[in-house]
Design a protein around this ligand. Structure first.
Ligand code: UT7
Length: 315
């Protein structure tokens, strides 16, 4: 398969570090030096499903394709207002598609997992055109009085349309259960029979453990896709990494020994929008004219689970 169209949407409200410092014991200096984030887009009046539909429509327009041409929709989402129906069904109706669709929750690595699922469908000969939409509102997961988490995140939706081709050179996924490092749980409806203890807990994170995992996993995943295709790090034109923290991006860059110009970033004004990071960055690079036909792109992401993955593809 190959990527033939991209789209992205960000919420209108921009929250700067100084705005956070008005109600949190934090500072622009701390957030900037520890994370690289200066501001983030935060949902206020928008509905996540509308942003997802807009991003999907932009990607379809970019691909010159109609919703009725789609054979499958994969939506990556960690949380949204609906427990059911699945977000992909809402997107399907919103864009006017009729094909089957599924949601996946692979945290921040969702776009890479979605690509791997799509690739399997292509290899099985089941699809011609596939839409991937990543739509996330992590700012609704954090406790906004917890300076360790809420300063990191922003919201957004990113989409990509896939068509037949052989531009995907390799995808590698990995998962390793570490459920106390990055987690959140919510209460379900009570019943007359529940006897177990249940709790509603906002996003919890052991930041340094996640940091170490991220650098190690991304380095390993990218090395695996390079080795499988017999490529060297210097042959890659662009490294599109999950935008969680500029220090994580810099550490992966050091590990690969590649120049900073190959690592486009938007973490400074987007923050971490979970699985939406990768397709939003892809869309921004594409629309700014950064990619040339035939450029080699390595993309990598990691997230809660832990899960991680990398993909090597030609533009
Ligand atoms: O998609 C995956 C999602 N998560 C990640 O990728 C997160 C990965 N981890 C990280 O990015 C970093 O670990 C953080 C940015 C979360 C934290 O940076 P750190 O350099 O690991 O800082 P730390 O957790 O060791 O905290 C250092 C100090 C602590 O104070 P004490 O205990 O040394 O007195 C924190 O309480 O900084 C304090 N701190 C803050 N200070 C001001 C933590 N958050 C803040 C804050 N403002 N927002």
């Amino acid at each position: 398969m190959r990527i033939v169209g991209t789209g992205s949407v960000l919420p209108e409200k921009v929250v700067t570090n100084d705005m956070l410092a008005e109600f949190l014991d934090t500072s622009d200096e701390w957030i900037t030096t520890r994370t690289g984030v200066k501001s983030r887009h935060v949902i206020s009046y928008e509905k996540l499903e509308d942003m997802a539909i807009d991003a999907a429509n932009k990607a379809l327009t970019d691909a010159g394709m109609k919703a009725e041409d789609l054979d499958f929709i994969i939506c990556s989402n960690v949380v949204n207002e609906y427990i059911t129906p699945q977000l992909s069904c809402i997107i399907q109706g919103g864009i006017g598609a009729t094909c089957p669709c599924i949601d996946i929750n692979c945290a921040c690595a969702g776009f890479i997992y979605a690509l791997e699922i799509a690739e399997s469908f292509y290899q099985a000969g089941k699809v011609r055109n596939v839409l991937i939409v990543c739509a996330e509102e992590p700012t609704r997961m954090t406790d906004w009085s917890d300076r360790r988490t809420c300063v990191l995140f922003g919201d957004g939706a990113g989409a990509a349309v896939l068509a037949p081709g052989d531009n995907i050179k390799s995808i590698k996924l990995s998962s390793s259960s570490a459920t106390d490092k990055l987690w959140q749980c919510r209460m379900l409806q009570p019943t007359p029979y529940i006897t177990k203890e249940e709790k509603d807990v906002p996003l919890q994170m052991k930041g340094q453990d996640v940091f170490k995992f991220a650098v190690k996993a991304a380095g390993k995943d990218i090395t695996r896709v390079l080795e499988e295709t017999g490529r060297k790090p210097e042959e890659v034109d662009h490294y599109l990494l999950h935008q969680a923290n500029i220090r994580i991006i810099n550490a992966i860059q050091d590990y690969l020994g590649q120049p900073a110009e190959k690592f486009p970033v938007n973490v400074h004004d987007h923050g971490n929008s979970s699985s939406s990071c990768c397709p939003i960055l892809l869309d921004e690079c594409h629309r700014s004219g950064r990619f040339k036909k035939g450029d080699l792109i390595a993309m990598s992401a990691f997230g809660a689970g832990f899960v991680s993955g990398a993909v090597l593809f030609e533009w």
